[in-house]
Design a protein around this ligand. Structure first.
Ligand code: F6P
Length: 498
């Protein structure tokens, strides 16, 4: 019988980072890659050539090649929901039928954008994009990362049911000239529907005679949008096979496409398609998303890491962390395999982070001297067109210094001043931040998440864990379910007079 590949990974010694560099003068060449203007430096992780070989064996055992091919070919890679995962088709990769359908729908999205720009929705000075989870995190990231301060259109995002969120989102919008975009894959999400109806009332109160005429709905469930009163001509549809957290490539990004311009949106898709080709056709030992997944599993499975820190040294990428939290934790935060068996090992780590240099002055103490092993991912952008080039230089120097310090450490006889070093980090260095590079970067993260799921044998495309809390909230809102309520929750309800 073939040996269990996890056992051979467990049996493989892990060398110190400085020893890895010493024993392999070509380490940088072996563990650092540049793809489409992005450098992925994994040399400061504990991956070694023998470990890489063991992980490649694991990928063979887990039938990674077949799973990847099924994914791109439109196979049923989401068995618990009986679906394919069609997000690559949104950027022209994979299953030809899905690619064609996505292209037709993209034409319609473009036509609606052209109509808005031609004034068919009246004068528009702002867009209120309503959605939650995958229906807002990606679009908001795109706008925050790519929109220059001079963009003519005011874009505001509203997700939370908190009334304070509503007030803040409309604060500087004019109801008479605001377009509402309601994005919801299911068009049943309570927060989105409540916020939508509040927004339509706000338009009415602001003197708009036909608020529904100022609404675009984006959904995979057009009938639900029709039932909610949206006119068919104002519905942009995307495929059921596109999961919410993978949907920013679809019409869910109609608001960013409006703000950034169509050419930028297409560049975003092209950047992602380039990463798709790399992921689909590269051999395991050169496949960057797959190797990143190997390193992730090295830390979670063998070395006991429970979290991973993501620290962009670029304010424009500050929303990457919440975006990745949904992508990675909703996808791979599972306890059973795709076949429903206990997975028997840790799955997704907690992803957390913040921007550099701010985070250095707040949480990095623990990264340098705390007791937890936390792999850190640094992101930075080389090109900067700001008016403060020296600030940018300082920013990059700080990013690089932190990675160096984590790895090198510093011996001191004073235990309080001793840095053990040997702490891992990866660095993603973008030549420039634009729609194309951001598309490639986000596709890299998607594929890395998928690769981890395949290696662990889990289904990354369902999310049943989010349902129970929603159901209890619904029951409580309807006055049902009180009998099943635990004493603590009952007391909280009473205290809040609910
Ligand atoms: O787009 P919808 O259907 O409104 O769902 C929003 C989000 O809610 C979730 O279903 C989680 O509750 C996410 O998976 C999804 O991105």
């Amino acid at each position: 019988m073939a040996t269990d590949p996890w056992k051979s990974i467990d049996a493989q010694p892990v060398e110190r980072l400085d020893d890895l560099f010493r024993s392999d003068p070509e380490r940088l060449h072996h563990f650092c890659w540049t793809l489409g203007g992005i450098t992925f430096d994994w040399s400061k992780t504990h991956l070694s050539q023998p470990l890489l070989d063991r992980f490649v064996e694991l990928s063979i055992r887990q039938k990674f090649d077949e799973a990847r091919e099924a994914f791109f070919a439109g196979g049923e890679v989401n068995p618990t929901e009986g679906r394919s995962a069609d997000h690559p088709a949104e950027r022209g990769s994979g299953n030809p039928e899905a690619v064609q359908l996505a292209a037709v729908r993209r034409l319609r999205m473009r036509a609606v954008i052209d109509a808005i720009e031609a004034g068919a929705f009246g004068d528009i000075s702002g867009v209120l994009h309503i959605g939650i989870g995958g229906s807002v995190l990606g679009p908001e990231l795109l706008v925050d990362a790519l929109c220059t301060r001079t963009s003519a259109l005011k874009l505001r995002f509203l997700s939370n049911i908190d009334p304070n969120a509503f007030d803040r989102a409309i604060e500087d919008l004019d109801p008479a000239t605001t377009l509402i975009v309601a994005a919801s894959k299911t068009f049943t999400t309570a927060e989105t529907l409540s916020n939508l109806s509040a927004a339509l009332e706000w338009l009415s109160r602001g003197g708009v005679d036909d608020p529904y005429g100022r609404l675009i709905a984006v959904t995979a469930a057009p009938q639900a949008a029709l039932d909610a009163g949206v006119d068919e001509s104002r519905i942009l549809q995307f495929s059921e096979g596109v999961g919410g957290r993978y949907s920013l490539w679809s019409a869910v990004s109609v608001s960013p496409a409006l703000a950034l311009g169509w050419d930028s949106f297409e560049e975003l898709l092209e950047g992602a398609a380039e990463m798709d080709r790399h992921f689909r056709y590269s051999a395991p030992a050169e496949n960057v998303p797959l190797i990143a997944a190997f390193a992730d599993l090295l830390y979670t499975q063998k070395l006991g890491a429970r979290t991973r820190a993501v620290i962009p040294y670029d304010e424009r990428l500050r929303l990457l962390v919440p975006y990745l939290q949904q992508l990675e934790m909703e996808s791979n935060g599972k306890s059973v395999t795709a076949a429903g068996e206990p997975v028997g090992r840790p799955t997704a780590p907690v992803v957390w982070g913040g921007v550099g240099t701010d985070a250095q002055h707040a949480v990095f103490q623990l990264l340098h001297q705390g007791t937890a092993l936390i792999p850190v991912e640094f992101l930075a952008v080389i090109r900067d067109d700001s008016a403060l080039p020296d600030h940018h230089r300082q920013l990059l120097l700080n990013a690089f210094a932190q990675g160096a310090a984590l790895m090198r450490g510093q011996r001191s006889d004073d235990p309080h001043r001793n840095y053990e070093g040997n702490r891992p980090s990866s660095t993603i260095l973008l030549d420039r931040l634009d729609a194309r590079s951001l598309g490639a970067l986000l596709a890299f993260y998607e594929h890395r998440t998928f690769a981890s799921a395949v290696l662990l044998g889990i289904n990354p495309f369902d999310q049943f864990g989010v349902e129970l809390g929603k159901a209890i909230a619904r029951d409580l809102a309807e006055g049902d379910g009180d009998d099943d309520l635990d004493p603590s929750t009952r007391a909280l309800m009473e205290r809040a007079a609910l």
